[in-house]
Design a protein around this ligand. Structure first.
Ligand SMILES: *[C@@H]1O[C@H](CO)[C@@H](O)[C@H](O)[C@H]1NC(C)=O
Ligand SMILES: *[C@@H]1O[C@H](CO)[C@@H](O)[C@H](O)[C@H]1NC(C)=O
Ligand SMILES: *[C@@H]1O[C@H](CO)[C@@H](O)[C@H](O)[C@H]1NC(C)=O
Ligand SMILES: *[C@@H]1O[C@H](CO)[C@@H](O)[C@H](O)[C@H]1NC(C)=O
Length: 514
């Protein structure tokens, strides 16, 4: 029986060693989450962080962001507390770190540790910036310089950046610079001064001041808050597209709108005239003018006919700060001009991209049409197809490729690896231009690109699915970490006890025999 006792003691020690090791790894700190959409803990709020450990006999403690052990005195602002919970029939020790009202200095890395293992967690506390003494709207007369001030108070100390229409405002540092930036600290907080020199109509608009708070130690602990200041520049009317004569195209007997739109603050009042001769102005009555106060425009509707083609119309915009005029001319619309040149820019298996140019564009173009046919036996040898042959060709509208100035168009839905004759013409309300001289161009062979793309897509989606699964597994693991370790531990423990008992009995049996 003595042997049996030894064996049992040995088995117990062995079990403790193995099982204890397993347990020491099952330390688990709840991930930190913040209220609503916040990525930080607002100052003054309460927060608890739980650290769970399986073994009730192990010492568990929290180390604060300076590496010191957090005391259990719950009269402190920050303290640690031990709780025991039942989880899947086993006792789980929970060490809860509590911040009764968080301060910015609490930000940092906290460590939950036992003798054998530890886990770190980052806490981010921010006192979000408040904008103080910062106006929402300011009106200033043109010509002078003006300084916008933006003052933000918060912790960590905010820094301020300015932008307008999505672009950062920079101080070039030289005297010709449009903007000057200056920073000031005072009792209230951090103040940034933006000086805009010699204000003009263009400077009118929204200036956004953004206060950025960053924790110097934690890279993920930051916050940006913005404040919009509307700067109203009182200015005389200006035509933002310039004062050049504006040409308005019209068919005979067509009614056209001459739209006068000046940027001004306060808003302009408008008068419309036409020149009887070089010196005499005829003024239209206000009844003939459509005022749109919302958009700040005044429209004069004219029926185009022989009497007013090439006549000059004048719009005068006036406000308290001055006046400005713009001239309009009605031009008789004609058929568009024939393209002078067509060049192939790029080809694929279904598409030809063409660069179309003109010597001069006199009239508006509403679209471009192409006629095309396969280069075949009958027209192969000759240089260009005869007019009669074009009748068998297909017709199609070209698609503009870019929105820019360039006239790049695409002819689509073609057969692969085919040579085509192509000619183009332009159209507008009046009609079509003559056809351009034809060019020949070939589509390419459809390659395996499509196949590769498809395969890549499949691989990608597979990887994604795997990742998703992994994510899900990780989540599950996190939630059930303590209980799964629990199960694993029990399993290995029982296995070892069983195995060693069997071994023990064999030993005892052998001893007895001897
Ligand atoms: C500031 O103005 C911009 C542009 O108009 C707008 O998108 C943004 O939401 C505004 N921000 C605030 C804080 O009002
Ligand atoms: C325009 O109208 C006038 C008078 O009504 C008419 O004589 C003339 O033929 C019309 N012109 C066109 C191009 O329709
Ligand atoms: C328009 O402004 C000019 C000065 O820029 C002034 O001389 C003129 O009298 C003004 N005209 C009207 C009609 O207000
Ligand atoms: C298109 O043609 C014009 C005039 O020939 C030329 O200036 C331009 O660079 C061409 N664009 C392209 C993309 O080939």
């Amino acid at each position: 029986m003595k042997w049996l006792f030894y064996v049992i003691v040995f088995v117990y020690l062995f079990y403790r060693a193995v099982y204890g090791l397993k347990e020491s790894n099952s330390l688990y700190v709840e991930p930190i989450t913040y209220e609503e959409d916040l990525k930080y803990l607002p100052v003054g709020t309460r927060k608890t962080i739980a650290c769970k450990v399986l073994n009730r006999n192990q010492k568990v403690e929290w180390l604060n962001n300076h590496g010191n052990v957090v005391k259990h005195e719950n009269t402190n602002r920050v303290f640690s507390q031990t709780k025991h919970l039942m989880n899947s029939g086993r006792i789980v020790t929970e060490q809860v770190l509590t911040f009764t009202h968080a301060v910015v200095e609490d930000s940092g890395v906290y460590t939950c540790r036992t003798d054998k293992t530890s886990q770190e967690v980052e806490l981010c506390v921010i006192d979000a910036s408040d904008f103080v003494n910062t106006p929402k709207e300011i009106a200033v007369n043109q010509g002078r310089s003006y300084t916008l001030s933006c003052e933000a108070r918060g912790q960590p100390e905010p820094r301020i950046v300015w932008n307008r229409n999505g672009e950062d405002i920079k101080d070039d540092g030289d005297d010709s610079s449009k903007y000057r930036l200056m920073e000031k600290y005072n009792r209230q907080g951090f103040e940034s001064l933006l000086t805009i020199t010699s204000l003009e109509a263009d400077d009118h608009g929204i200036y956004t001041c953004t206060a950025i708070q960053e924790n110097s130690k934690l890279s993920d602990c930051s916050l940006s808050k913005s404040w919009n200041i509307t700067l109203i520049v009182n200015h005389a009317p200006v035509f933002l597209d310039g004062n050049d004569i504006e040409l308005v195209y019209a068919k005979e007997n067509q009614s056209v709108d001459l739209v006068c739109s000046a940027s001004a603050f306060p808003k302009s009042s408008y008068r419309w005239f036409h020149y009887e001769d070089d010196h005499t102005l005829f003024e239209y009555s206000q009844k003939q003018i459509i005022d749109s106060p919302d958009t700040g425009e005044a429209t004069l509707s004219i029926v185009a006919d022989k009497s007013n083609y090439d006549r000059r119309f004048l719009c005068r915009a006036t406000n308290e700060l001055g006046n400005n005029s713009k001239t309009f001319t009605i031009v008789q619309m004609e058929k568009p001009d024939k393209p002078s040149e067509v060049n192939l820019v790029q080809s694929s298996d279904t598409e030809l991209v063409l660069n179309i140019s003109w010597f001069d564009i006199h009239f508006p173009i509403d679209g471009i049409e192409a006629q095309y046919m396969v280069v075949s036996g009958t027209n192969l040898k000759r240089k260009t197809p005869r007019e009669a042959e074009w009748k068998r060709g297909k017709q199609s509208e070209l698609v503009k490729v870019d929105d820019g100035e360039e006239n790049i168009y695409s002819l689509q839905d073609l057969e692969e690896e085919t040579e085509y004759w192509i000619r183009v013409r332009t159209k507008n309300d009046i009609g079509y231009s003559p056809w351009s001289s034809p060019i020949s161009a070939s589509t390419t062979k459809s390659d395996t690109t499509l196949l590769i793309v498809t395969m890549e897509t499949v691989t990608e989606s597979e990887t994604e699915t795997d990742e998703e699964k992994l994510d899900e597994e990780t989540k599950d693991n996190n939630e059930g970490e303590v209980s799964s370790h629990n199960f694993e531990g029990t399993f290995y423990g029982l296995f070892f006890i069983g195995g060693i008992f069997v071994l023990g009995f064999i030993c005892v049996f052998v001893m007895r025999m001897v």
